[in-house]
Ligand binder design. Structure first.
Ligand SMILES: Nc1ncnc2c1ncn2[C@@H]1O[C@H](COP(=O)(O)OP(=O)(O)OP(=O)(O)O)[C@@H](O)[C@H]1O
Ligand SMILES: Cc1cn([C@H]2C[C@H](O)[C@@H](COP(=O)(O)O)O2)c(=O)[nH]c1=O
Length: 212
């Protein structure tokens, strides 16, 4: 059996990690074997260069929208083997962020006039040229910007080592990213999407993911 590849997308602080953890628990309880991976894969070369740029470090020279998008894409390209192993050994593979994150954030940075061009570019680069597998389902956790920002802020307060990066501090960028995510979902960008509101029903989501 080939695993269903399911992606959880949303703004910084939307609750993706929390939802993914709950979904892994619910699916596992049902006897579904679940693989899990989050992007960027902190601790790897390209992801750490991207993170450094986001935090204003030495790699800040790479902080143009296209350069950042390439770093995130190369991190996924380097994960192809790991992703293939997960897909071949589980019923379902859950990804916390994937190609649509790159599409949404990069398009938001470039502004309205260049959105179509960048959405096409990212899709062609990552899926068609780099050969990343197409998701079976993309889930947009559509948490309102203010609530997502509040959650990201309280996480920083609880753990001062987890400082917010420049994307997380930029309310306008988050709002623009949220709009692009909704557009990606409405147009079925690259695969079917499911849009969820705040505090989604994890059991119903598990039904959908497990294909019941
Ligand atoms: N449904 C919820 N109700 C209350 N708090 C929540 C909920 N979901 C997540 N949180 C809290 O909000 C914060 C952000 O959640 P989480 O880390 O899951 O978000 P995320 O989307 O993965 O964030 P990021 O993309 O920035 O890593 C955490 O402190 C988490 O405990
Ligand atoms: C995978 C990926 C991420 N980003 C952006 C989105 C976030 O603001 C940061 C880091 O993500 P995290 O969930 O806070 O760890 O990077 C992006 O622009 N492109 C991507 O492909």
């Amino acid at each position: 059996m080939v695993a269903r590849l399911v992606v959880v997308e949303g703004l910084d602080g939307a609750g993706k990690n929390t939802l993914t953890t709950a979904l892994v628990g619910e699916l596992t309880d049902r006897g579904v074997s679940v693989g899990r991976l989050a992007f960027p894969r902190y601790g790897t070369l390209h992801a750490d260069l991207a993170a450094d740029a986001l935090h204003g470090g030495q790699a800040g020279a790479a902080d143009s929208p296209h350069a950042m998008a390439l770093l995130f894409a190369l991190d996924r390209h380097a994960a192809l083997g790991e992703l293939g192993d997960l897909i071949s050994s589980h019923d379902v593979v859950l990804l916390d962020r994937y190609v649509a994150s790159n599409a949404a954030y990069t398009a938001a940075r470039l502004g309205p006039g260049r959105q179509d061009e960048v959405l096409r570019w990212i899709g062609e680069l990552e899926f068609d040229r780099l050969g990343l597998p197409t998701p079976d389902l993309q889930i947009l956790l559509d948490t309102p910007v203010a609530l997502a920002a509040e959650r990201a802020g309280s996480r920083e307060t609880a753990d001062p080592g987890r400082t917010r990066d420049r994307y997380e501090r930029d309310a306008a960028l988050q709002a623009a990213t949220g709009e692009i995510y909704r557009r990606l979902a409405a147009t079925g960008w690259r695969s079917p999407w499911q849009v969820l509101g705040v505090d989604p029903d994890v059991r119903r989501l598990a039904d959908l993911v497990a294909g019941h």
